[in-house]
Design a protein around this ligand. Structure first.
Ligand code: AMP
Length: 281
C-alpha cells in the first residue's frame, strides 16, 4: 500500500493508472478510522481497479470554535486498518499541500447548505465541497463513496457533482452503527460513559419517528414534537435541530408522504452528534 503526501506525486500516480485505462474508487475521510469508514472501503474494493482513500483533517470545514485542533488523529493505526481492507493508496497531504500560500478559491453549493447542519455551521459545507472538489481533481476517481450518516453532506456533494457536470459517480453507503445503535463516528471517543449511554436516545428517537410514520401519522410537526420531547428528557442533551425534510432538497416538509428524512443534531457536553433515518410512508 502506497502513502502519498504530495499533490504532484499523487497526480503522477493517478496519470499512470489512467494511461493504462484502469479505474479508481476514492473514499475521502478525515482519518481516525472506524468500522464505518472501513465498510465504505470494503464496498469500494470490488468496484474499481484501484481503491484509494484520503486522510485529511480539512481546516476549511471547521468553524472558529470547533474541534479542528483536538480532532483525533492516529495515522499509524489508520495505515494498518486501511491495508487490512485492501486499500491500494492513501493520499495523506498536509495543510500546505492542499491550501498553499495565497490560496483563494472556494466552491459553494447554495440553498441545501443553509438548513440543518449549515444553520449552526455556516462555513462548513463550503469547506467540504471545496476539499472534495480538490480531491476529485487530484485523484480523478471514477466513483467515490460517502456515508449516509452525513446525510446533508451526501446531498450537497451529489448536487455539486450534478451542477458542475463532474465525471464521478457518487455512491452512498448506509450508516454503520455500534451494536447498541449509536452511529459510528470519530467524535464518539469524546463522550464520557454517561454521555455515551445517553446518546443512545438519538437512535431510539429516530426509530420512534419511523414507528409513528408506519402507524400512519403524517404530521411532521407532531412526530418532530414527540422526538424532541424524548431527546429533551434525556439528561445532558442539548438539541441543535430535529427536522423532517425532503430527501433531495432538504426542505422541511409538513407531511410525511412518500420518502422523507428525519435528521437531527444533538450536543452532549461539547460533543455534537448527528444522525438520520429515512421515513417511508
Ligand atoms: P469522516 O472521516 O467523518 O469525514 O467520514 C468520512 C466518510 O465516512 C464520510 O463519507 C462519512 O459519511 C462516512 N462515515 C463516517 N461515519 C460513518 C458511519 N457510521 N456510517 C457510514 N458512513 C460513515
Amino acid at each position: 500500500m502506497k502513502i502519498i503526501q504530495e499533490v504532484a506525486a499523487m497526480k503522477a500516480y493517478v496519470k499512470a493508472i489512467k494511461d493504462k485505462g484502469e479505474t479508481i474508487c476514492l473514499v475521502p475521510t478525515m482519518g481516525y478510522l472506524h468500522e464505518g469508514h472501513l465498510d465504505l472501503m470494503r464496498m469500494g474494493r470490488p468496484m474499481a481497479d484501484h481503491l484509494m482513500i484520503s486522510i485529511f483533517v480539512n481546516p476549511t470545514q471547521f468553524g472558529p470554535n470547533e474541534d479542528l485542533d483536538k480532532y483525533p488523529r492516529d495515522m499509524e493505526r489508520d495505515t494498518k486498518l486501511a491495508a487490512s481492507v485492501g486499500v491500494d493508496c492513501i493520499f495523506f497531504p498536509d495543510v500546505s499541500q492542499m491550501y498553499p500560500q495565497g490560496y483563494a478559491t472556494y466552491v459553494n453549493v447554495e440553498d441545501i447548505t443553509k438548513g440543518l447542519c449549515g444553520a449552526a455551521r455556516p462555513t462548513h459545507f463550503r469547506g467540504v465541497t471545496t476539499v472534495v472538489l480538490k480531491l476529485f481533481n487530484i485523484i480523478e476517481p471514477d466513483l467515490s463513496i460517502f456515508g449516509e450518516k452525513d446525510y446533508q453532506q451526501l446531498a450537497v456533494i451529489r448536487r455539486m457533482v450534478e451542477d458542475l457536470n463532474m465525471n464521478v459517480k457518487i455512491v452512498a453507503h448506509p450508516t454503520v452503527r455500534e451494536e447498541d445503535g449509536l452511529a459510528m463516528s470519530s467524535r464518539n471517543k469524546y463522550l464520557n460513559p454517561e454521555q455515551r449511554k445517553n446518546a443512545l436516545v438519538l437512535r431510539r428517537s429516530l426509530l420512534l419517528a419511523q414507528d409513528r410514520v408506519k402507524a400512519g401519522e403524517r404530521s411532521a410537526a407532531k412526530i418532530r414534537d414527540e422526538v424532541m420531547k424524548m431527546i429533551a428528557s434525556t439528561p445532558g442533551s442539548v438539541i441543535d435541530y430535529v427536522e423532517i425534510v425532503d430527501t433531495d432538497t432538504l426542505e422541511p416538509v409538513d407531511k410525511t408522504e412518500g420518502r422523507t428524512v428525519m435528521a437531527l443534531a444533538v450536543k452532549f457536553g461539547t460533543t455534537r452528534l448527528i444522525d438520520n433515518i429515512t421515513l417511508e410512508a
